[in-house]
Design a protein around this ligand. Sequence first.
Ligand SMILES: Nc1ncnc2c1ncn2[C@@H]1O[C@H](COP(=O)(O)OP(=O)(O)OP(=O)(O)O)[C@@H](O)[C@H]1O
Length: 937
Amino acid sequence: MDQDDLLLNFAPSPSVNPRKRPIKPSSSSSNRDTHRNGAKKEQSKKRKLAPSSSHQQPRAKDHHPSKPSLTSTSSSSSSSSKPQQPFKPAHGIISNLFPSVYTRPASQPEPTSTPQTSSKPSNAPSESHDFASLGLSPLIVDHLENRMSIGSRPTSIQRVALPFLLERPDHHHHQAAAPDQRDVLIQAQTGSGKTLTFLLPILQSLLPLCEESFIDRSVGTLAIILTPTRELARQIYDVLTRLLSLSLTTKDELQQQQQDEQTSSTAVETDDTTTAQPVRRTRWMVPGLLTGGSTRNHEKQRLRKGCPILVSTPGRLLDHLQNTSSFDVGKCRWLVLDEADRLLELGFKDQLEGIVKALDGRRRLALGSAREAMLSLVEADGRGAKGKDDERLQGGIPEDQVTDSMGVKWWSKRRRSILCSATLDDQVKELAGNTLKDPLILRGGGDDDQAIISGSKLSTASSPTQGQDRPASSPPIATTNEAEKKFSVPAQLVQNYVVTPPKLRLVTLIALLRSYLSKSKEATTGGEEEEEEEDSRIIVFMSCTDSVDFHWKALGSVRMDQTDEDLQQRRQKATEKRLARVSKRCQILGDVAIQRLHGSMSQQERIDSLRAFSETKPSGGGGAVEEDEVRRGRKKASVLFCTSVASRGLDLPRVGCVIQLDSPTEGGIEEYLHRVGRTARVGKKGQSWLMLLPNEQGWIKNLESRMIIQTNTDTSSSSSSSSEQRVASIRPTSVETVLRVGFGTKNASEYQSRATQVQLCHERWVISSESRKLVASKAFLSHIRAYSTHPSSEKVWFNTRDLHLGHLAKSFALREAPKQLARSVSSKRNEKDTSRRNGNGTSKPTDPTLDDHDDDSKTKRKPDFAKGKLLSIASKVVSSSSPSVLDLKGNKGPMHGSTDKEKETEARMYAKVRALGKLSRKNGVLAAHGTDEFQIA
Ligand SMILES: Nc1ncnc2c1ncn2[C@@H]1O[C@H](COP(=O)(O)OP(=O)(O)OP(=O)(O)O)[C@@H](O)[C@H]1O
């Protein structure tokens, strides 16, 4: 990473030298500080805000208009002529972020200047195949190309799977389960177009029905798609809605019709049959969405009217299958389990099996009543034809002969199931065994000619159209042996990591965001490819909802140069806007929009948030540069802070960078890959950053050993290419480099000074109100809780015992180091008496990402007692560090000094956590997250 490339220029006026940035003297700002700081602090604040030392001669680059500014506003400064002092942290206000002589720990990698290069994309659409040749109807091909801007080229997994899944007209009336009627298990890397891989065959199979005049939506539900989260369900529903708006006639057909019309008008006599075109109706194909977002009654009404294609989360679907009698699924022909491994992780196994049983049951019932109806029809027909029919009826009418009241043989085809999964572990295999019949396992590789297709027992099978020349020895994307399991990552994804001391986490995150945003902004102004500048959206993953809330609120509120009045005015303005609930603007990042997403937000907020992230428009607000950017449709940068709820399946447009502030607490490498998979999708570029604490960096080796990249190597013959595998590497970058680049300077004292300003502003923001203290304290506490839930296999890298809690508190802008917690934890380290430890170990924290699941999700990991202890300690510490805000319910109260009350609160928390533990052991349903006194983060 060349740091010169990453200088920031957020000030609208290029003439402003940020070195001379004014410091608005504000009496109100000193009011916000604690009294012990007083006027002395105000003075030191001014010194701190002056970013450079007076004796330093700015380098040529420093005078460049793209010199970074930590504010997005600028004004002339009366203080600009003041001599500028090097930064010296004031004693008692803020502990040094940087020791006086900052030395990189030996364990930390050296800064690297390796240029970021990305390989040829491995999940891009194929250059040598098209949808039409795979058997896709011209109607759909036309629609994909002209209406959905997808193009005509399939991705690798589409090329492999569509020939198996698409029903072609000649198969329409076949009787038994032909080879193309087998169930399918799809495994492919992130961003490779799996959604269309199952939606296109569903749509194509229903097209013939569009020619029947009697078909309307009351036909019932013919296809069901199950997803683990509501967001994913909505996303698939949106793609489906766009697919179903397909035109009834292709361009060619339209031309043909026009020609025919002309011919028929000139001809004296015409043969009716030559001009007759089939009448197609798609209106009946109404998509439905069941995620528990609306009331049950409302959903029931919609189901009664009919939803031929339904997207749902499992809990809600099972609920309706059990309780909504008008829900007609007897003729269901498709069942898709998307993100099956995640469905299982979330504890939906029983529901999924329940759904399959319920669908089988409803089908049998529907078939039974159709048989009876046929029987009564035969009887009504009189005795004439009965002799022959009696014979059939006595032996039972075969399924494929049973017609419904409209004469359609729905039951001639068995229901097909498709299971999509990133992994193929024992659980997924078991689910596949219970839900799929004789499945094919289809995998999309990185190379057109290397896609892998296997039979049910992982034996090699052939694609109906392409399989003959496929090498049997093609390496699988994920082997079945757990320990050896390797995962394919998009070849073009550039993966990075930075090892950060805990107290630098906040400023490093901000520096990373600034670096990336400045880079994409430079691409905008520097005339690079259009594609580059548009990919200026960033997703930041965090371990828990409270941490997301804290970062979103802090970064969306902290101003580097504002008075309280400014803040009041901004707040007023913001509350007037509807989207202010989900979208803020971050001044430190150059007025970029920031959103958040986690499971404790209401459904509407989650939808609004995703919409705001995807559709971010320039902030307006004037300035010639900005107007120009508005006019050119640029400046669409946006940042989303989220928990793992956004890691699976979400296809958010133009995400160029993914940052993991916290490593995943569950799911390990798979979760890591799903998170980074939000970028570098379908052939696009992307980069990812993992932030690690020094004790965590051993995880990198583990990650690298489990990832592979498949690359294409063109051979001398232009028509052929071969694929090779290589190990994926994650590049280290030192924290100094990130900070230098992010804060726009090569000079150590200057970047440290700027980083300290930023940290200080956040700390001031936190101490300026009780509610903010609460937000920060809760985030800190929840973060530790979440950290303690890393599985035992990862404890070697992620152990709460290795956390420096005082420094970690800094990353939540908590000024007061929670000394008691630090002391308690270090004393526990030395504690050898395990029996005493066991005695206290009844508290059981639950999984930190629980609230990110749907309301009907379940917990699965067993908490351990040591974490409970930490929880108890942590809650005490937070109580002692901010006495007036420690009622975690949010009530300000005199908890200070009230040990009884403290114990009472703690006891209630223990009780709650124990109850959740019991519930989880019984596979109970956890609900109402975020509304509880002790929100399980
Ligand atoms: N053949 C294609 N050509 C171009 N774009 C495509 C093609 N197929 C799908 N896409 C687009 O690629 C994007 C990613 O698709 P999709 O969300 O289905 O990926 P995915 O494999 O399900 O990813 P994940 O594993 O992360 O869930 C979507 O925006 C989709 O419109």
